[in-house]
Design a protein around this ligand. Structure first.
Ligand code: ADP
Ligand code: ZN
Ligand code: ZN
Length: 733
């Protein structure tokens, strides 16, 4: 009975591929190890996910594995279980899911450890070589002679010299003439448990949080660490991790894309002597491979990373931390495999039987719902004793005041006052560039993006018009291309607000923080330094200002426009708006002085804003959850979005309409909503549309998807579109 190896390959096909045992090679194929296999006319690297006795493929067509790449599985049983679960839950082909969990270098076949495989002749081998043995096997003879001559050689050198040599090596090993050793590059880990520095004395609420989590280190538990920025959440993570390291185990810490700052890394490195591996999107392939290897070998005691680090290998994990758990960058919303790293972190912790800590000043409504249902435990952190009282929040009615460059008179007066009192000011606007619109005042022409249903943003200093959706980048026209009249930049972006503030407050240095200013690593730090040194008095910025950085001297925060998000088609928009306002407001009054927060709006009576101001984020969340319950939106139902894009709007809608039609027999309790064109129908030259699938029952939804997806894959109209399924989508277009 031939042994069949089931191999997951990086293809969109929802199946595994069967292979016979390798004909040659020195490594044994094991589950979780990478193999190189023939695939059509190519060779591909895949992962063995299982063994079988039989294959549905006719025996004559089965091919052997070409090469086994790993002696130790790159995916241990726990990680493989997590990835298989994820493939099922997100209805995505396992091969692509596994490939997504491995660094690119490993997908291309790089060794999983930096160990060198060295070969050397034994004493008997040296003797045999001297007398020209083995006489009848020329390849073996050449290999043995080579090793005798050189004393030893690593596998790479043998690859280079001989091409295929492993068969010969195996024969010589069997005769006791040569042997291999793995040598590890010098890498002695400092003791894992030594603290470099002691932390501060914990405040009572921090102590309670640490003690509660520490009491649960040997079992699963989900803890929501709820406290504003600066309330000491990171200190709690550090103390819990200290306990985990003392127990000889390891920690996985996930942070949002924007949150993995050099300051945070420093804070971990300053506290612990234990080696740390950082995994984020800024790494080169080689750096990523290095960090992955440190995690895989167990050398790293702490793995700190962004979204995809949830798949990092980690022997014997003791705790998983998700900082800023509400952050939308934890959801992969591009490409094929759209997973939530936060949700998978909870799943991973459950499988490993360890606690997971979800930290946030503004927990996701899903998380608050899980708290209410008793699935998660709340660990609140209050304001630190050293801090002033919470900032006062005030709404400014934009319709009732003179506005200059987007800044109302009351806001101008407040800025003046805070600057006079030696405070610093933060001005928040979630739009970069100079102005969102370029308009001809004579004929009404508005600079459009040719590829998107969107306007081009004016970038005045750069002299460019840019599309923030597709990246189109054109010279700024001096006159209207339609009628030749003068053109005018309309509306506000951070670049223009900085200019306006410069004119209003000529004595105050102004710093700006957005993606146009921050191009290279270190740019953001430069801006921060200007603020923390006090050189800059006013900081104008986008979302980037809300995370990670401490400006203790900021006493005033102005939110220039709270109205984006109040009337969105996306049911999550209000939640995101409330989170942003709270996060931005949290930047005020963090030193010893109380802060003031001004929120400009054209709709100051909007219930979302009034609730938020009167009762804070918790008050807002209660109302928002009640609304979700009434409308049967998540977390009171489960959603999946089938999205597509095509060259024409018609093709995009046709595929989804046909997909809907094959779902005629949707089980009871599963509703299909749509298809509808996306709010921005045309984007990057393609037309986008979506069909929502909703159910109160998670199980019903998934049973339906299991049956439905193979059917829609067969649709002819599927070939005219690019489509993807997004389970638990967090953005609806
Ligand atoms: P968060 O993660 O909630 O933003 P941090 O843990 O970063 O909060 O704490 C904010 C600041 O307060 C940091 O500079 C930290 O070193 C300090 N800090 C935290 N806990 C304490 C404490 N118990 N005593 C003194 N300082 C503390
Ligand atoms: Zn014109
Ligand atoms: Zn565009």
């Amino acid at each position: 009975m031939p042994q069949i190896f089931r191999v997951a390959l990086d293809t969109p096909l929802r199946r595994l591929f069967d292979y016979l045992p390798p004909a040659q090679g020195t490594l044994q194929p094991v589950i979780g190890a990478r193999v190189r296999v023939p695939f059509g006319r190519q060779r591909r690297v895949g992962v063995i996910t299982g063994l079988a006795e039989h294959s549905d493929v006719p025996a004559a067509r089965l091919k052997p594995i070409l090469e086994v790449l790993d002696a130790t599985p790159v995916l241990d049983a726990a990680l493989q279980e997590l990835l298989e679960w994820a493939a099922e839950y997100y209805h995505h082909p396992l091969g692509e899911v596994l490939a997504g969990a491995l660094p690119r270098a490993l997908r291309l076949g790089a060794p999983s450890s930096a160990r060198e495989e060295r070969w050397l002749p034994t004493e008997a081998g040296t003797l045999a070589a001297t007398s020209g043995e083995p006489r009848r096997a020329s390849k073996q003879r050449a290999l043995l002679a080579f090793l005798r001559e050189h004393g030893e050689a690593d596998a790479a050198a043998l690859d280079e010299r001989f091409g295929a040599w492993r068969d010969a090596a195996r024969a010589l090993t069997a005769r006791g003439w040569i042997a291999s050793v793995d040598v590890e590059p010098e890498r002695t880990a400092p003791p894992a448990t030594t603290l470099r520095t002691e932390g501060p004395t914990l405040l009572p609420e921090q102590s309670t949080a640490v003690a509660t989590i520490a009491a649960s280190l040997d079992r699963f538990g989900a803890f929501v660490l709820h406290g504003i920025t600066g309330s000491g959440k990171t200190e709690v993570y550090l103390r819990v991790i200290e306990q985990v390291l003392l127990a000889g185990r390891r920690a996985l810490v996930l942070v949002p894309e924007i949150g993995l700052t050099p300051q945070l890394l420093d804070r971990f490195r300053q506290r612990f002597t234990a080696p740390l591996a950082a995994l984020h999107s800024g790494l080169t392939d080689q750096q990523r491979l290095g960090a992955w290897r440190d995690a895989f070998s167990g050398y790293a005691r702490i793995v700190l990373g962004t979204r995809s680090a949830v798949f990092a290998p980690l022997p014997d994990p003791g705790v998983i931390v998700v900082d800023e758990e509400h952050d939308s960058s934890f959801k992969q919303h591009e490409g094929g495999f759209r997973y939530s790293a936060r949700d998978l972190a909870v799943k991973r912790a459950r499988q490993a039987g360890v606690p997971v800590v979800l930290g946030s000043a503004t927990p996701a409504l899903e998380t608050l719902h899980n708290l209410e249902a008793g699935r998660y435990a709340l660990l609140p952190l209050g304001r630190r004793a050293a801090q002033a009282s919470p900032p006062t929040l005030k709404l400014i009615d934009l319709r009732g005041h003179a506005v200059r460059g987007g800044i109302s008179t009351p806001a101008v007066l407040a800025i003046e006052r805070h600057l006079a009192e030696e405070g610093q000011v933060l001005v928040f606007l979630n739009r970069r560039g100079y102005a969102p619109t370029l308009l001809c005042t004579a004929c009404g022409w508005i600079a459009p993006c040719g590829e998107c249903d969107a306007r081009l943003t004016v970038h005045l200093a750069a002299g460019r018009l840019r599309c923030h959706h597709c990246g189109a980048d054109l010279p700024l026209p001096p006159r209207c291309p339609q009628c030749g009249f003068a053109v005018k930049a309309v509306g506000q972006g951070t670049e223009r607000v900085a200019e306006t503030l410069g004119a209003l407050f000529p004595g105050a240095a102004i710093a700006r923080l957005d993606r146009d200013v921050v191009r290279r690593p270190g740019d953001a730090e430069g801006v921060m330094r200007r603020m923390s040194s006090g050189e800059a008095r006013i900081l104008v910025g986008t979302q980037m200002v809300t995370k990670g950085h401490d400006f203790p001297n900021v006493t005033l925060v102005v939110v220039l426009n709270a109205d984006q998000g109040l009337f969105s088609t996306d049911f999550r928009a209000p939640e995101r708006l409330a989170q942003t306002i709270v996060q931005v407001a949290g930047r005020a009054g963090r030193g010893s002085r109380a802060g003031e927060v001004l929120i400009q709006s054209e709709f100051p009576d909007h219930p979302l804003l009034t609730h938020l101001l009167a009762r804070g984020y918790e008050g807002f969340a209660r109302v928002a959850l009640a609304e979700r319950a009434q409308a049967a939106w998540p977390p009171f139902s489960r959603l999946a979005a089938l999205r597509d894009s095509a060259r024409t709007g018609e093709a995009a809608l046709t595929f989804l309409a046909e997909a809907r039609a094959v779902a005629r027999h949707a089980p009871f309790g599963v509703r299909l909503l749509g298809p509808v064109p996306a709010a921005m129908h045309k984007r990057v030259g393609r037309y986008h549309a979506q069909l929502l699938i909703e159910s109160r029952e998670r199980r019903a939804l998934h049973a339906f998807l299991d049956e439905w997806l193979p059917q829609i894959e067969q649709l002819k109209s599927a070939r005219a579109v690019r489509w993807s399924l997004d389970v638990d989508p967090i953005e609806l277009f």
